[in-house]
Design a protein around this ligand. Structure first.
Ligand code: PAZ
Length: 318
């Protein structure tokens, strides 16, 4: 199942080989049109300067095991970090491209009940449907804020499922945002697969259990952060995330990512405490950012985005 035996050596060649063998995006032309419209709209604000635009990635990528996919390997992420951060970026005046895994948490929907349709609505005697009074305020706010961001041209949502879709769309976004120079930012909170089955070596049909235990070698996903920083968007401000379950190795891994991929910031978080605190690693400092526990419903993303915006401003000025 493995195709890495003769794999090219450099990250650039590896990523080229990855894209050449990936199944092409079905809606590439439509995505390109949406991106062009979005970037044109944000290229010049009233004062003649480009708006600040951030690409927020959110949710986990899947790795299909069959071309007509029945089984896949998934990466954990509820999409909470990405959707909450998107709301705070919009509040801070940024335009946001929200690259998200289908079915994961969406901006402005975090306060709705888990099953919004069934929980939020009620049917009346004359068989019309109404928002349940207990949720009316929240639903109204979610609809209004989402509409104003999308219709105002400040929020573009692009969905992905597989690692192939994610990397192809990310590349399109990065190339489209190049013209914005340092006003563009990448905030890469998605949980991206490290290993995958190359498309050309993937079986077409459902893997049969009658054949006995499954023995499969996965290829390594090329290090996309390297290509993003060095080729796709070399001037953009780049923030990546590092998730670990072992706190002993977390900061070391974050430091390594910062240096290896020349990130401007790496946000280190541990699975159990990720909603309470994160540690922002930069070349000079390690800053612990905590949720304000004195405020009910406060998110760690609130102070985190304030810090990020601050550092992005300094980057643009420099
Ligand atoms: O989506 P979520 O709120 O459940 O979790 C967020 C997260 C832990 C996926 C994110 O903060 C993160 O660390 N993303 C990068 C994961 C990685 O190391 O690949």
């Amino acid at each position: 199942m493995n195709s890495t035996d003769h794999a090219p050596e450099t990250p650039t060649l590896k990523i080229k080989a990855f894209f050449e063998s990936a199944p092409p995006l079905k809606d590439a032309a439509e995505i390109q049109t949406k991106l062009k419209e979005f970037v044109d709209r944000n290229s010049s604000s009233g004062n003649g300067k480009a708006n600040r635009v951030v690409c927020v990635t959110s949710g986990g990528t899947t790795v299909p095991l069959e071309k007509r996919c029945v089984r896949y390997i998934d990466n954990f992420s509820s999409g909470h970090r990405g959707s909450a951060s998107t709301e705070y970026f919009l509040k801070a005046g940024y335009s946001v491209i929200f690259l998200y895994r289908r079915g994961t948490c969406q901006p402005f929907c975090r306060s709705l009940p888990d099953d919004p349709l069934l929980e939020c609505f009620t049917s009346t005697d004359d068989s019309s449907v109404q928002v349940d009074p207990s949720h009316a305020e929240m639903v109204k706010r979610a609809i209004t804020e989402n509409r104003s961001a999308v219709n105002g041209g400040f929020l573009l949502k692009l969905p992905f499922t597989t690692i192939f879709e994610y990397l192809q769309i990310l590349r399109m976004i990065a190339v489209s945002l190049r013209s914005l120079g340092p006003s563009a930012m990448f905030y890469l909170a998605a949980a991206v697969s490290d290993f995958y089955v190359p498309w050309e070596s993937m079986t077409m049909h459902k893997i049969q259990s009658a054949s006995g235990p499954l023995d499969m070698r996965l290829a390594q996903v090329p290090k996309m952060l390297y290509v993003l920083r060095n080729e796709w968007a070399p001037v953009a401000f780049c923030i990546s995330f590092k998730l670990e379950t072992d706190t002993d190795i977390l900061l070391g891994k974050a430091d390594m990512a910062l240096k290896k991929y020349k990130m401007h910031m790496v946000v280190a978080n541990e699975l159990q405490t990720r909603k309470e605190e994160v540690i922002v690693v930069t070349e000079q400092e390690k800053i612990t950012v905590r949720r304000d526990t004195t405020q009910p419903g406060a998110d760690v993303e609130d102070p985190l985005i304030k810090l990020v915006v601050d550092r992005h401003s300094a980057y643009i000025d420099a």
